[in-house]
Every structure is written in structure tokens, then in C-alpha cells.
Design a protein around this ligand. Sequence first.
Ligand code: TA6
Length: 294
Amino acid sequence: MRNMAELKTIVAGQPISFGKRGELDTIRVENRFASFEMTFHGAHVTSYTPRGGRDLLWMSKESNLAPGKPIRGGVPICWPWFGPHPAGAPYPAHGYARLARWDLLAARTLPTGETRLLLRLDRAAIPPEIPQMELEAEFAVTIGNRLELELTTYNVSDSALTVTEALHSYFAVADIAEVMITGLEATRYLDKVAGDEKVGTGPVSIDREVDRIYFDTAATVAIDDRAGNRRITVAKHNSRSTVVWNPWIEKARKLPDFGDDEYRTMVCVETVHAASDRREVAPGGRLILKTVFS
Ligand code: TA6
């Protein structure tokens, strides 16, 4: 882990500072395009506010903000598996990347004025009770008039390894009842609530719990937040599956880190490698998952 003196050297002369959110150390960027915050814990993006606009990301007011606990909101990195692990405990849901501190390796200001950060998962910080896979992870963030997030997996073992993963983005909307999601029409999806497969017929509106993995799609998704008079686009690279999730009333009530009525102001549109879109990484190989939102 780099100490504060080393960190300050990395960011010297750039619009980057260090702060706190709850118990967690944060990296803050204020450049000409946007205000941005992420925690070292989980390399978790917690805020992205374009200059003169509103935060694109939603954070629960009930979220944990402490080492070793998942953060509810922003962009959780689910890695190196998505969802519950087939073996159950001691394998946590959505993997262990979001439970450990990451190290800041580099920070650069591009000729465009965008700020680029590079972080690496500190495997020594992974809770020791969780069996690790022989994988390394790096996360590159580019803060401009779009936010680019790129998660790279390196297989440092001598055998092929299967990875599922997600950039599990929580977007802020004014009123979920007025949201229309386009880009997933006529796309096959697994409906995890009903437990069956369906095909999308038109734009997606949300008036109940929705938990869907859309398959065979590289599409850019648009979230039309009509009550908020805003349209958020979610593009992706090297992913053939997209998750749409809103817990709705009952599930939100059951989640201790999710306010009872907070489901009304969020929706997750996630860029993933999940289910049949799981990826095999060759020994010494790497896997990239990238999402860009604006
Ligand atoms: O991405 C949707 C999902 O897999 C849902 O099934 C729900 O579990 C959600 O992730 C949140 O998971 P978490 O472990 O962060 O509460």
C-alpha cells in the first residue's frame, strides 16, 4: 500500500485530492468536466457530477461506509464472480473485490484535460477467510464529459480460469415510475424474479421488482429519466450481457443498507460478464470489461 506521501507525489499538480466518506479514504477529482469521488475501498466510484449538472450516480443514505463491508450505490465492482457463489459461504455474493482496499498506481491529466486514475486490487487486503482465485485486477477511470470505467483481469495462474463480473452501476433518477429504458428491445433475458426466460418487447418500464440479465447484446442502453428531464446513456465494450435491477418495495425493505422508499430514485443498468456470458481467461491472459456513461 502506498503511504500518503507517495500518494501526494502521484497526484501533485493535478486537480486531485484525498478525503473521507464515512470511515473510508476517498480520491476526489475536480476538473473542468466534472466532480468525481471514489473510495480506495473496493475502488468504488461513489459520485460523478458533470460540471453544472446533477450526480449521475445514486448512493443509499443507509449505505455502510466501512472497511470490509459493501457500499450500497455508486458502482460496485463485482469480481471475480457475479451473484451468489455456487459454494456459498465463505464466498461472499458478488465476489471479494468490493470488500478490499485497492492501491492507486498512477494519476494523469490527459491533453484533453480529462483525469485518468489507475488502481490495482491489493490482494493482501482481501479478507483472509475468503479463498482467492489466482487473479489480479486493475481498474482504470477516465473522468471527462463521460465517465469511462475499465476493469482488467489478469490470470496469474498456469491454468485457465472462469470469471464472471459486473460494473454494477446505480443511476440516480427523479422518479422510477417515469423512467423508460431503451436499447434492450427484442432482446432475450433471464427474468430472475419469475425464474424464466423472456424476450423484451419494447422499452423497459419499472413498476415492480425487476432483476433481469439480458443476453447477446452489445447495445448502448438509454435511461430516460423523464421526471428528472435527463437521459443517461450506458455504453459498453467487450460485454454481451446487461443487467437491469430495481428491488422495488418489498426487497428494499428487506435490505438493511437500502432505505425503504429509496427504490423510487434509482435504477441499476450493469455492464457484466454473467451467466452464459461468463468468460474463460487463459493462463497469463487478460480480460477487459468496460463501460462508459454520460
Ligand atoms: O445485479 C442485480 C443483483 O444480482 C440482484 O440480484 C441483487 O442481489 C443485487 O445484485 C444487489 O446485490 P448485493 O449483494 O449488492 O445486495
